[in-house]
Design a protein around this ligand. Structure first.
Ligand code: BES
Ligand code: MN
Ligand code: ZN
Length: 528
């Protein structure tokens, strides 16, 4: 199926992001300000305002603001939001200060303990608190302008789906800094757009985002970014031996796909021998809907399974961002896409599938489908002999049992796993390292195939899945598996810069990792 035109496959709906700007003073702010955001802290003697070079307020205005805030009981504690009328910041007639309608004081707690992500989360909360505005000017930049911009942008993302009336949100966010920096704004825009793209894909319902449509959307977005794309259809997948993807996809009327997208900046080459750039493989689970198949899931909450392509969405969004950021690495994304449905043509418990590369799996539970399609994709990705393999998937409910809803489980080669964990923490996606204990590997041996897709025991399900995937990774490839079953999709209330539904995790971790690997350069070849 290659005749799909771009017009036929488009997301029915996308979320909004604000326009971002950095300004060094009132002179650069045009028109009136709907909300002026100021940070406040909880000091030993109560509320404190932030001093600092980016401050545009006169000392008289600061005193006035402090008086008002304390008089309404604001304390500056973390998460506190205080609204005040803009009038209290009346200015001299000759000041360049634009008219301010509202002031929002955002509590940041103890200034000594403030992290980058605290700034991001505060900016995100501020954006959500403001909700709807044409122009927001924010001085949350005091410690980290990038974090303030990104938090405001991600918090302002609003997804209205196919409601007749779309939610209104923030038009422009202007963050104050000592100097303007168009590069910084450009960088934050690229990252925010990547997160928004992943969120849009994950938020899309499965009747819009089925395998063919998803593959064409990835093709269009990648082509537009100047990347090379290859899409294998169900016939090509069968001919080339992708038994895991074909097996999982065979129960659906919407046949499966495998999409490969390559970013090769100058200095990279097709053969790993002659390239002087690190080569990175990305793999992401693309199950557009997971009913469980013949091992059918219960009906309650099954609707959340539109998010079961969250790994693949993060991978393609991060790859496009990496290309826009001109990361010095050759990166190839391998994205298996299938819909897991029960039907007369679906795989059954007990079926044996032969994966790309030849390993076989006895399928004892058709709901453990993610690992079946990832096995093929990982084997294919390793054929290119990458230096690193970063794979991510909404793989197991056990991830949430072990770590909760907001903490990705990170498994794989020990040193690389720990490096990815540190970066995941630094961007605020907060992944945590998980072990692959040997005895859990024994539990996926089969009597009639190389592997079975589930263990008999309930325990350690996240690590069991990690072990299963490890069998498809070639020796010498440093790899990580990030289980994002919980973190990819927020079924609860919004918080910080995280909306309801799709979160965009782990887009920013992947971007941070490929940037870090590119900075390190091609790793030394392991001794023979
Ligand atoms: N897509 C699910 C995992 C999942 C569950 C993601 C809940 C997000 C929220 C995956 O395909 C699955 O069904 N896993 C099974 C594996 C089991 C059968 C070994 C699970 O976790 O129950
Ligand atoms: Mn499943
Ligand atoms: Zn699944």
């Amino acid at each position: 199926m290659t005749e799909g035109t771009s017009a036929r496959f488009q997301l029915a709906s996308t979320g909004t992001l604000p326009t971002l700007q950095v300004a060094s003073g009132w002179q650069q702010v045009e028109g009136k300000i709907d909300t002026f955001v100021v940070p406040v802290f909880e000091g030993e003697n109560g509320l404190e305002l932030a001093g600092g070079s980016a401050s545009v307020l006169t000392s008289q205005q600061e005193i006035e603001l402090w008086k008002w805030l304390t008089s309404v009981g604001a304390q500056g504690s973390a998460g506190e939001m205080t609204d005040l009328p803009g009038e209290i910041l009346r200015s001299d007639d000759d000041s360049a200060q634009p008219e301010i309608t509202k002031i929002l004081a955002v509590g940041l707690g103890d200034v000594e303990e403030l992290s980058d992500d605290d700034v991001r989360q505060a900016a995100g909360s501020a954006s959500r608190h403001i909700g709807k505005a044409d122009t927001v000017v924010s001085s949350l930049s005091i410690f980290n302008t990038e974090a303030a911009l990104l938090g405001h942008a991600l918090g302002a993302y609003a997804y209205s789906g196919q409601k007749s009336e779309a939610k209104q949100t923030i038009g422009t966010v202007i963050v104050l800094d000592t100097e303007e920096s168009s590069e910084l704004v450009e960088r934050v825009n690229i990252i925010a757009e990547a997160v928004a793209f992943a969120r849009d894909l994950v938020n899309a319902p499965a009747n819009d985002l089925y395998p063919q449509a998803y593959a064409e959307i990835i093709r269009d977005a990648s082509t537009e970014a100047g990347l090379e794309v290859e899409v294998l259809d169900e016939n090509e997948l069968r001919e080339q031996g992708f038994g895991g993807i074909v097996g999982v996809g065979q129960g659906s009327q919407n046949p499966p796909r495998l999409v490969r997208v390559t970013y090769s900046p100058a200095g990279s080459s097709k053969t790993s021998e002659s390239s002087d750039l690190p080569e990175i493989a990305l793999v992401g689970k693309g199950v557009t809907f997971d009913t469980g198949g013949i091992s059918l899931k219960p009906g309650a909450k099954m609707w959340d399974m539109i998010m079961d392509m969250g790994g693949s969405a993060a991978v393609i969004a991060a790859l496009i961002a990496a290309s826009k950021l001109q990361v010095k690495a050759k990166i190839t994304a391998t994205i298996p896409i299938a819909e897991n449905m029960p039907s007369a043509t679906a795989i059954r418990p007990g079926d044996i599938l032969r994966h790309y590369g030849g390993l076989t799996t006895e399928v004892l539970n058709t709901d453990a489908e993610g690992r079946l399609i990832l096995a093929d994709a990982i084997a294919r990705a390793c054929e290119d002999e990458p230096d690193y393999l970063i794979e991510t998937a909404t793989l197991t409910g056990a991830q949430m049992v072990a770590l909760g809803n907001r903490t990705p489980g990170i498994m794989g080669s020990a040193a690389f796993r720990d490096k990815v964990t540190v970066l995941s923490q630094s961007v605020g996606e907060n992944g945590w390292p998980m072990p692959l204990p040997r005895e859990l590997d024994d539990a996926i041996k089969s009597d009639v195939a190389d592997l079975r897709n589930i263990s008999e025991s309930r325990w350690g399900g996240m690590s069991v899945a990690g072990h299963y995937l490890s069998h498809f990774v070639s020796d010498g490839v440093q790899w990580v598996h990030m289980d994002i079953a919980g973190p990819a999709y927020n079924t609860g209330a919004p918080y910080g810069y995280t909306p309801k539904r799709a979160t965009g995790v782990p887009v920013r971790t992947i971007i941070a990792v490929v940037e870090a690997l590119a900075k390190e350069g091609k790793p030394a070849a392991p001794e023979a």
